[in-house]
Structures are given as structure tokens and as C-alpha cells.
Design a protein around this ligand. Structure first.
Ligand code: GP9
Ligand code: MN
Length: 414
């Protein structure tokens, strides 16, 4: 127990804001619908190819949502599964392997389990084999009630693209299951079509390919557009099914899709001379969109943030608070915390600085500056990673009783 206490002291002192969410309670008793957008990076958002928007639906949606434009994925080798681990536990993934495989029996305080205590039913929708990433085991550990995996879907050669069921067919076939869920529900949809190598049959392409030496980047625009259209169709179907207005929709990118092997082509697309280590970190940004029907005043939020922050942010919106949880993220709808986003390799982004590969940069200008500026945060970042690792390796939440409470009175938000 005392080691977790130490972590709790650290997160209380360094991370928790102590302020209620500005949207406290806005999601109380509403359905929560997550869309994990495979390999979707921020560089295509509000961006064009040959004069055409890459993600027209998401760009419009952002005007009616909270959009975090400096939001980073924090995944490692566990890819999608790491993103799932991070967003539901507000802890770091491991530096090697995937927690979903190596520590699937750990005691956790994951969001599905917490919201289950407040009357939510929960499910994951993902049309891949249920054992991929050890999901069927890990989803039990996370507290999910139900997993709609490949066998719940009608998958054939006509409706498959690349890795499996196309995103459009996936959402289409999911609606009936969603409708059957007892409300309020917490549902996570994991898309698949925008996955390496990003191949899409020509007749389904609605935007040009890019023209460079990287087939991967060239293709990427076509599948990113496809997912954008699939999400558009899903919103439409949610409305038709009556599932939209009582729900809050949360869309996020799980991790990067374009690796640094494609830097040359990427620099060509972005119109830069080269992709520096600073640019490489900035390319780890993925979209994070919170869409609240009936609360459409769009706001783009620039503060630095990461997947780690999703658990406290969503729980804050549900009015669910904890005094003693050991989350490493903060509620993004509170304002008094100096943000520090730590990536798994020890790189970090703070309000003023960006650090990677032993180099300190001015975050806003990208200019290289003295390491002295970054030094204190380098050790803080390492400390956080070590704390998170020690909890996972020692399965320390076994000895720890985090208490969650839901605010009684209604909403605080304006
Ligand atoms: C597979 C999907 C993609 O089920 O989650 O996996 P990834 O390779 O991105 O981790
Ligand atoms: Mn993925």
C-alpha cells in the first residue's frame, strides 16, 4: 500500500486541479459514445489535398464541438490496445509489449467499471477477432459488460476492406445492437479501415491520392476520407434511430498512422523543408472531439493535452469525482493546472516547452533552446512514467481502494 500512497501524493500535488469541471454534470445519465478512429492524425484535420478538405465531416463537426487541437496520443508498441488502456485508466502503457497481453489480470479502476456503479451498461464494438490484442480477456478486466466482436457481424468479401469489415458496414450493422442496450450506456466503437497499408478499392475513393514516393502516405488520404464519411453516416443513423440527442459523442485518434519512414513525403505534403524531431513530436497529435448535442457552441481548445486526460475529463462531465484515485491525467475542462503531456519514450510537451531526443524546444515557435529550460521537467516526466510502471508491474491497485462519488446537485456549466 505505501507505494501507491506515494503515487497518490504525487498526483494530488502535481496533477489534480482540485477544481470542478466547467461542464460538471453535463453528461450525467447521458449515453457516452466513443469512436476510436484508427490511425487518424491531426495533420489531416482542417487540411486539404489538391484543394479538397480531407475530412469535411469532422471539420464541420468541430465547429459544433469542443476540439482539442494540441492533443497527443501516448501509445507505444501496444498500438490501439495501448490507447484503450490509457484512455480508460489514465495510466501510461508500458515501454515494451502491450499491457493488454502482459497484465490483463491486474486490478484496475477503469471507466467502464466505475460508470457501471452508476447504472451504466457498457459495450465495445469492434469487428475483429475477439482475441486480437487479448481483448476478450482484457475487456472483462476493464469492466465491460459486452464485446461485439467479429462474430456479431456479417462479414463478406463485398463489405470488407483491408483488415476486415469496412467502417461503413461496421457502423451500419452496429446500430441494432446499440439500440438494444439498456440506457444509459457507455459504448466504444473502434474503426478499422484507416489502417496501414491504407488500401481502398478505387471505386470507393472520393479524394485523390497524394503524389509522392510514399505509397503509404499517398493512400492514407483516401482511407482517412473514408472513415470521415463512415462517421458522418453513423451520426445520421444515430439520429434516425433516436440514439443521438441523449448521447455525448467523443471522437479520438488512437495513434499515428504515418511513421517517420515517410518523413520525406510528409515534408512534401506539409510544405516543409524537412521533418525535424520537433515536427515529429507535433505529428503525434491526434484529434480529440467532444460533441454534446444541444450544446453546440464550438470551441477549439489549444492547451496541451493527451489521451491520459480522457478518463478524468469524461468522468468530470458525468459529475463523477475521486479524491484518492491515481489518475495521471487531468480534467481538461478545469483551468488551473500547468499541463504536462508525457509520451512513453520520455519526450514531453508543456505549455512552453517541447522536449525530445535530448533537445529542448520552444513549444510554440519550434526553436531550439537551452536544455536548462527543459531539465526539471525531464525528471518529472521520468518520475511519472516510473510511478505508472510500478503500479502496473506490482499490480498495486490490489491494495488500494479508490473512491468515486457523483455530485448530487445538477450541472455547474454555463
Ligand atoms: C485491430 C485494430 C488495429 O483490432 O485494433 O490494431 P492496431 O494495429 O492499430 O493496434
Ligand atoms: Mn490502431
Amino acid at each position: 500500500g505505501s507505494e501507491v500512497k506515494q503515487v497518490e501524493e504525487y498526483t494530488n500535488k502535481n496533477i489534480k486541479s482540485g477544481q470542478p469541471s466547467k461542464l460538471q454534470g453535463i453528461a450525467k445519465d447521458k449515453n457516452i459514445i466513443y469512436i476510436s478512429a484508427e490511425s487518424l492524425q491531426s495533420f489531416v484535420i482542417n487540411n486539404k489535398l489538391n484543394g479538397e478538405e480531407v475530412t469535411p465531416f469532422l471539420n464541420d463537426l468541430i465547429d459544433e464541438s469542443y476540439y482539442f487541437e494540441n492533443f497527443y496520443h501516448q501509445t507505444e508498441q501496444g498500438k490501439t490496445s495501448d490507447s484503450e488502456f490509457v484512455i480508460e485508466n489514465s495510466m501510461y502503457p508500458l515501454s515494451r509489449g502491450a499491457v493488454f497481453f502482459t497484465h490483463s489480470q491486474n486490478e484496475l479502476n477503469a471507466v467502464p467499471e466505475i460508470v457501471g456503479d452508476y447504472g451504466y451498461t457498457s459495450a465495445v464494438f469492434h469487428a475483429n477477432n475477439k482475441s486480437f490484442w487479448n481483448r476478450s480477456v482484457m475487456y472483462d478486466t476493464l469492466g465491460y459488460d459486452k464485446f461485439y466482436s467479429e462474430t456479431s457481424y456479417n462479414v463478406n468479401s463485398e463489405n470488407s476492406i483491408g483488415w476486415g469489415l469496412s467502417d461503413k458496414a461496421f457502423f451500419d450493422q452496429s446500430i441494432k445492437y446499440l439500440k438494444s442496450m439498456e440506457e444509459p450506456y457507455y459504448a466504444k466503437f473502434i474503426t478499422l479501415t484507416n489502417h496501414f497499408p491504407f488500401e481502398l478499392p478505387e471505386e470507393q475513393q472520393t479524394i485523390d491520392k497524394f503524389d509522392s514516393n510514399s505509397k503509404t502516405l499517398n493512400n492514407y488520404f483516401t482511407t482517412a476520407r473514408y472513415t470521415d464519411e463512415a462517421i458522418k453516416q453513423f451520426f445520421q443513423q444515430l439520429k434516425e434511430a433516436g440514439e443521438y440527442k441523449d448521447s455525448i459523442l467523443v471522437i479520438y485518434g488512437d495513434h499515428y498512422g504515418i511513421s517517420e519512414y515517410h518523413n520525406k513525403a510528409m515534408s512534401q505534403y506539409l510544405g516543409k523543408e524537412e521533418i525535424t524531431p520537433y515536427d515529429h513530436i507535433q505529428l503525434q497529435r491526434v484529434p480529440f472531439i467532444v460533441h454534446i448535442p444541444g450544446h453546440e457552441g464550438g470551441r477549439t481548445i489549444s492547451k496541451v493535452s493527451g489521451q491520459m486526460d480522457m478518463k478524468p475529463t469524461i468522468l468530470g462531465m458525468m459529475g463523477i469525482e475521486t479524491e484518492n484515485g491515481v489518475d495521471f491525467g487531468t480534467d481538461l475542462f478545469t483551468s488551473d493546472v500547468d499541463p504536462l503531456v508525457v509520451l512513453r519514450d520520455g519526450s514531453f510537451i508543456s505549455e512552453n516547452y517541447l522536449y525530445t531526443r535530448d533537445t529542448c524546444y520552444n513549444r510554440k515557435s519550434g526553436e531550439e533552446i537551452s536544455m536548462e529550460k527543459c531539465k526539471p521537467l525531464v525528471s518529472k516526466a521520468q518520475q511519472e512514467l516510473n510511478y505508472s510502471d510500478s503500479i502496473i508491474y506490482g499490480d498495486l491497485l490490489r491494495f488500494y481502494d479508490a473512491e468515486y462519488t457523483q455530485v448530487e446537485e445538477d450541472v455547474n456549466y454555463k
